[in-house]
Design a binder for this molecule. Sequence first.
Ligand code: FES
Length: 98
Amino acid sequence: MSKSGEGPRVTVTRNGPYLVSGKVPLARQTIVADAQGGSERWRESDPFPAQEAYALCRCGHSANKPFCDGSHKKTRDENQAETYVYDEAGRVRVSKEY
Ligand code: FES
């Protein structure tokens, strides 16, 4: 149970991270390949120290994955119907053709 007496909880924020609370265990998962190079299973490794809550990146821009570092703020003006590509220089391509 968390401090508030609630169990595990995930909140999806608008244009931001997943907010996970309730002292949920967190560890890296790695794909294990079969002999043909296909995905066979997940292997758990590198558990993170337990915390009451986490903010997990879901934009892909964090420099501290899996945690949110606030980098999602640069995507706030994105249009849901378009695709954006980012590099070191910032947003470099906008397309509606994907
Ligand atoms: S959601 Fe915040 S950096 Fe990705």
